[in-house]
Design a protein around this ligand. Sequence first.
Ligand code: F6P
Length: 485
Amino acid sequence: MSKLISAVGLTLDTAYQNISDQEMSQLIEMAITKGAFQKRDSLFAGKNINQSENRAALHPALRNVSGDAMLVDGVDVMPLVKGVWQRIEGFCNQLIGITDVICLGIGGSDWGPRLVCDALHQINPQDGKAIRLHFVANVDSAELATALSKAQPRSTRVIITSKTFTTLETIRNAQTVINWLKANQVSASQVKKCLIGVTANPTAAEEFGIAPENIYPFWDWVGGRFSVWSAVGFPIAIKYGFKTFKEFLSGAHAMDQHFVSAPAAENMPLILALTLIHNQQKHQITAKAIVPYAHALRFLPEWLQQLEMESHGKSVTNDGSSCDPTSPVVFGSAGSNSQHSYFQMLHQGNQIIPVDFIAIKEPMSDLPEAKEHHQSLIANCLAQAQALANGSKEEFAYDSCPGGRPSNLIWVDRLDAYHLGALLALYEHRALCLGAIWNLNSFDQPGVELGKKLAKPIQSALKGDNPTLDGIDSITASRIKWLNT
Ligand code: F6P
């Protein structure tokens, strides 16, 4: 079986996984038996695969540049999708006089556009319009204050992105931005004009004060962490043009077509998922590193952390039984920087932590020395994979590297919007395959609710509105008292 799979300008090289043909055949059979392809077909058919929330997960419709019908509950959603494309394109054609766009959102309403806009900027800092984008996610006012210090209030637009339009961080930040605009002599009617809402809850957006004509919808069948392809990706279109946004969608659509049509042994998302399952079965791994050897992909590990750990950081299956193992801890950062921090552990630590190396074939800047830089970068990437796999035997045990540490290498022909779209879609579909194998709902995140609920009485107590500290346990209560002394 080939250790190389190429599709949509990406090549997955699994040679250092040390998986025999027989082992891979067994893994494929297991995945098919567990319904990986059934789940894929249900995804594309718009079936209710998000069972706990009784919804479809049809993010491929958002990048269906073919325009062919895609159905949810028997209704073609493409007219809705195309309608939003037209509005975004129209907005992008009338950007005169805007200097700054403040992009408020968190989690899936932030990571996707933040990653893509940063990547396109790193690829070519001269690219894109002269508009400054400021992404703000944290409710820590420090992040917002930094953004506001760089923006000109009278020529700013504010995109408030929230699927639910109830998320504490985003709503708090939005209120503060509105105060900042007003404090800077922007009239109430002008404030209303400059606020844009991107949401699946237009009623809440309107109640918040967004003009209906400034609301760009997406829909409950779009999972937050799968939403960059929707109007959530608006900042990409604003900064880099609608054409570039469409290229991003096209790359993802091409990966969709590959996922739907490639036979199992040549199906990149499936094989990528199966390398992880193999590492769990053979090495009992509990962590996994994502190391892009490209500064432009420095936010990819964070985006993937949400995709992987919010989707599969779970231990109860769809039918209520327990499941172990599920998602490993996902972490990572750009190479070669990462070699100078946690790579020591990857080479000699007690645990085996498999790595996905991602490398770009072409140099990443137009500096005269870019070729030499790129050779150093690629040499290091290839050397790390080799060292992990083969190890070394030295005179002293503490100098030796045990080897036998698996990794994937994903080559990207060229880093641009199209290939970025393909890469993100590859990981989305890998997640779908893993969810099927583990029998987990990849599209809900009930575990994040408890902490949000507990924060409410604590916040009241911090304000002085909950003097008896109701709903707060004794340890937290003593922390609040300490803070207030
Ligand atoms: O708290 C988790 C979460 O619900 C994520 O799943 C989501 O991406 C993020 O919060 C933001 O949610 P929203 O888009 O509704 O503001």
